[in-house]
Write a protein that binds this ligand. Structure first.
Ligand SMILES: C[S@@+](CC[C@H](N)C(=O)[O-])C[C@H]1O[C@@H](n2cnc3c(N)ncnc32)[C@H](O)[C@@H]1O
Length: 378
């Protein structure tokens, strides 16, 4: 008999926006493992709310996405833990892992995801850790993430969290509690759940404000992200709102936190591409334009202005080093390939200057590369 939550795993056609998070996860894990597998440290991958591994119509979920990348890029170097509280999901995933001969490095765990995080956090040593947290609703208390925010800075930790902030509106019961002023016993458990999920009652300032729901949510996501970075360890963070369609309500906020700037570069591209591609297909559907790439519709004139402004603010930086502050301030607005094209066009038109001589070790040909130094027009 179908149980609560089972419909999520029937088919992603019923919630196609969840493919955006899958795509972002796939891009992130792939780029992450390609880099991290060059280091000495063992790699631990944790999916704290794993699900059964595939939907009933055969589409892979996060465990298979993670393992696919890990087997390609870090075979024999990683251990992955996939946690399920639901026995049915655990059994299905376990049998998939056994059938594929992966059970030695990919372990299905039957446990409460957050409790398991507390256990594994105690056993961590020098390993590089990637943690994926994808619960239904707001069911992972911030406190369970804290051990990962307090690891030694010598070690690598990356978090990717699906924070379903829209669920906060129902739990906060804005109208029924008169902005949190009249809380009955019946409503108090929802409020307490929110305080646990966000790691403090600061959520009230945002959820009970008079802003539009999506603005309240984004501000809350930004504050959550700031708290992930607040220990001074995972200081590279970003928020990706995932909508059902452009201008529609946001379904998920995917948030990453890392100590490495490369994660920012990877996530900016993965999130910008996956979201725009999905929204474009939602808009164009079966129209004549559906064969044209979403990239062909992008207006990058704003990017040109941004690049000129950042070259003026940070004269003498290389093309690579200028990109990081641009994406920190304009997260998900532009892709790296758009940036590179913009830099080339601006150098060709003389609006900015490349001072790295052609034929030098840093620039063998006329073509610009990441090491090229950029200066404003004098
Ligand atoms: C949103 S789904 C995860 C989907 C999965 N990431 C994927 O891509 O297929 C949440 C999963 O977590 C499971 N779950 C719910 N509460 C849990 C808990 N406390 N501990 C571990 N798993 C839990 C649910 O049964 C479900 O399988």
């Amino acid at each position: 008999m179908p149980q609560a939550g089972d419909e999520f795993f029937q088919s992603k056609d019923f919630h196609p926006w969840s493919r955006v998070k899958d795509q972002i996860l796939a891009s992130y894990v792939t780029a992450y493992l390609a880099k991290i597998s060059k280091r000495q440290a063992d790699i631990i991958l944790i999916d704290a709310f794993a699900g059964p591994g595939v939907t009933e119509d055969g589409e892979p979920g996060s465990p298979l996405i993670i393992i696919g990348a890990a087997e390609r890029l870090a075979k024999g170097r990683y251990t992955a833990y996939f946690v399920n509280k639901k026995r049915k999901h655990h059994r299905k995933l376990k049998s998939i892992l056994e059938y594929r001969g992966l059970a030695h490095s990919a372990i299905a765990v039957l446990d409460d995801g957050p409790t398991y995080l507390s256990t594994i956090a105690q056993d961590l040593g020098r390993e590089s850790v990637l943690l994926y947290v994808d619960p239904y609703g707001l069911n992972c208390a911030f406190g369970y993430l804290e051990p990962f925010l307090n690891r030694s800075r010598a070690y690598s930790t990356d978090l990717l969290i699906n924070l379903q902030i829209p669920a906060a509106h129902r739990l906060a019961a804005k109208n029924a509690t008169n902005n949190g002023k009249c809380v009955t016993d019946r409503l108090s458990s929802g409020l307490e759940r929110l305080t646990r999920a966000f790691g403090g009652d600061y959520w009230k300032e945002f959820i009970y404000s008079d802003e539009k729901p999506n603005i309240r949510e984004k501000l809350l996501a930004d504050e959550y992200k700031r708290r992930l970075a607040s220990t001074g360890y995972l200081t590279y963070t970003g928020v990706c709102p995932i909508q059902e369609y452009r201008g529609g309500a946001t379904k998920y906020y995917l948030i990453f936190a890392s100590r490495h700037p490369d994660a920012m570069v990877i996530c900016n591209d993965a999130m910008c591409k996956s979201v725009n591609e999905y929204l474009y297909h939602q808009e164009m559907g079966e129209t004549l334009f559906s064969d044209i790439s979403w990239k062909d519709w992008r207006d990058t004139s704003e990017l040109d202005r941004v690049v000129v402004r950042y070259v003026e603010t940070f004269p003498g930086r290389t093309r690579k080093d200028l990109w990081l502050p641009i994406i920190q301030d304009n997260f998900m607005n532009f892709t790296e390939s758009e940036y590179k094209k913009s830099v080339s066009a601006l150098v060709n038109s003389g609006e900015i200057i490349c001072t790295t001589p052609i034929g030098s070790p840093q620039r063998k040909t006329k073509r610009l590369n990441d090491n090229c130094v950029l200066e404003p027009r004098s």
